[in-house]
Design a protein around this ligand. Structure first.
Ligand code: TYD
Length: 249
């Protein structure tokens, strides 16, 4: 890793400059954080699972016409992506009430919503990622109106697809978080693509039959068995956990 130029180290990933212009490498760590960095730990092998799961999901989404930043997986923990200008919003989809929504509105976790809810949080750790209404996004020029519409349309499509994708392996997709970025079109313009990652770090996955949690809530809530839960999701999705060790040092 040492010969690559580090651009940014986040909580669960490190970003390096990519080998070609306008590319980056995402390196997936085993580090896990919760409650805005208050709780810290590691989940052994998580980085490998998240890298491979993101590869699978981004590839499948690409195939149904969702543009993504993903180019190719380079090794167990690294993937090559287009460099994008991240829109500082967390786009959250809720199919079933859990987490913050349950707490905020005093609703028991597990209530299936009659239709999905899409909400936005401002990506700002210092402010604790506050919920932000669409009006504020537009007036504060965080995203343009057409971008907001496009994010919502893409998010809806992604949700429809992923609910079926996970249901097929006996998993209920409760909620998840997406991030979008602006990718230049090589001329003066740019278009929106799905960026960041999709993994059990940023979604809630419950076993359809038992309701067992198969996501980062096992870590957040000290339930134990987080390594096994991530492995179970990978196993059901047919993701190989054999270490390939293609990583360069
Ligand atoms: P939410 O219930 O709003 O927050 P929390 O997980 O802190 O209770 O989370 C909804 C979904 O979005 C959940 O699957 C976790 C994911 N998420 C992130 O990945 N990052 C974030 O910063 C937030 C707020 C949510």
């Amino acid at each position: 890793m040492s010969n690559k130029e580090m651009l940014y180290e986040g909580k669960a990933k490190i970003l390096y400059k990519g080998p070609k212009p306008d590319t980056i490498i995402q390196y997936f760590k085993d580090d896990a954080t919760a409650f805005n960095n208050v709780k810290k730990g590691t989940i052994a092998g998580k980085g490998i699972i998240n890298n491979k799961m993101s590869e699978l999901i981004m590839t499948r989404l690409g195939a149904i016409g969702i543009p993504t930043h993903f180019i190719e997986r380079l090794s167990d923990r690294e993937q090559l992506c287009h460099e994008v200008e991240i829109i500082p919003l967390e786009v959250i989809v809720r199919n079933t009430v859990a987490g913050t929504m349950a707490k905020t509105f005093g609703i028991e976790e597990g209530l299936r919503l009659p239709r999905p809810i899409i909400e936005f949080s401002l990506k700002d750790d210092d402010l604790g990622d506050p919920l932000i209404p669409e009006n504020h996004i537009l007036v504060l020029e965080i995203a343009k109106e057409d971008e907001l519409m496009e994010m919502m349309e893409m998010t809806s499509k992604i949700n429809d697809f992923l609910r079926g994708f996970f249901a097929a392996v006996g998993i209920e997709l409760i909620d998840f978080k997406l991030e979008f970025g602006r990718l230049t079109d090589g001329q003066d313009g740019h278009f929106l693509v799905l960026a960041d990652e999709f993994s059990p770090d940023n979604c809630r996955l419950w076993d359809f039959e038992t309701g067992e949690k198969l996501d980062k809530d096992r870590f957040r809530r000290d339930l134990g068995g987080e390594v096994e839960a991530y492995q179970e999701v990978a196993r059901r999705l047919g993701i190989s956990l054999e270490v390939e060790d293609k990583e360069e040092d």
